[in-house]
Design a protein around this ligand. Structure first.
Ligand code: NAD
Length: 249
């Protein structure tokens, strides 16, 4: 029970990587705030799963790009649980396209969800964690933010920005025992990436990893456990790449 009686908020946790992190945290003894954007049915499924594990859970709809939604989310979470120990900024979107094809609308959409959303969440949670005298923030970035992939210009830039935001917030957090890190997955096998992985482009990406396979959801979730738990209290301002050695291959 590495997160026994902690409370975590995970944005965009009704499916995919966020859902896996939520279930893994709950199995480690953590109470959960599940945030979803539009899929209430999936959110209800994960809510049941966490109750079955034996932990408390609160499900809150909120759009991470809207400050008022995020203020409401944290207020409801604090009112219910009395504290928030861990924030995982997981909500994120992607849209493939070459540099010349990206519209202003595409750019704004990706930046808003992937970068402005975590900025708002970090800013809004900061005063709560400061008052508690402790906190852990984990930003789910991407190896794209380190590789600067040509087919995902806006996505790569948003994740590079998130890596930078991680380091800046780590500076602000340090005097208050708030540790801030990013986890940067490579290509992870999820329902959303299954098709991409079987395409030529997907196979090329896998060929560029040292381990020659996609990662699993557990690889990402277990890295988040390490960063969230008090097994370690000395990692902050880091981007941990969970990518099978992507792009070193
Ligand atoms: P996903 O699409 O399954 O999950 C993303 C979640 O974010 C969804 O639940 C979605 O509803 C939510 N979301 C989107 N916009 C939102 C908003 N405005 N407000 C609140 N929630 C919103 O994708 P995933 O693969 O699970 O990705 C999760 C995170 O991991 C993302 O940040 C993504 O960039 C990152 N990532 C994924 C991979 C991968 O291979 N799957 C690789 C690298 C990084």
């Amino acid at each position: 029970m590495r997160l026994k009686d902690k409370v975590a908020v995970i944005t965009g946790s009704s499916r995919g990587i966020g859902r896996e992190i939520a279930e893994t945290f709950a199995r480690e003894g953590c109470d959960m705030v599940i945030n979803y954007y539009s899929d209430a049915t999936s959110a209800a499924q994960i809510e049941k799963k966490i109750r079955d594990i034996g932990r408390s859970v609160l499900v809150i709809q909120a759009d991470v790009t809207k400050r008022k939604d995020i203020q409401r989310l944290f207020f409801e979470a604090i009112t219910h649980f009395g504290r928030i120990d861990i924030l995982v900024n997981n909500a994120g979107i992607n849209k493939r396209g070459f540099f010349t094809e990206i519209t202003d609308e595409d750019w704004d959409m990706i930046m808003n969800v992937n970068l402005k959303g975590p900025f708002i969440c970090c800013q809004e949670i900061f005063s709560y964690m400061k008052e508690q005298g402790s906190g852990r923030i984990i930003n789910i970035s991407s190896v794209a933010g380190q590789y600067h992939g040509p087919k995902t210009v806006h996505y790569a830039v948003s994740k590079a920005g998130l890596n930078s935001l991680t380091k800046v917030i780590a500076r602000y957090g340090a005097p208050h025992n708030i540790l801030v890190n990013a986890v940067a997955p490579g290509i992870i096998l999820t329902d959303q990436t299954r098709d991409e992985l079987s395409s030529v482009a997907g196979r090329n990406v896998i060929d560029m990893t040292l381990l020659k396979r996609p990662g699993n959801l557990e690889d990402v979730a277990n890295t988040c456990i390490l960063l969230a738990s008090e097994e370690q209290n000395y990692i902050t301002g880091q981007v941990i790449s969970v990518s099978g050695g992507a792009y070193l291959g």
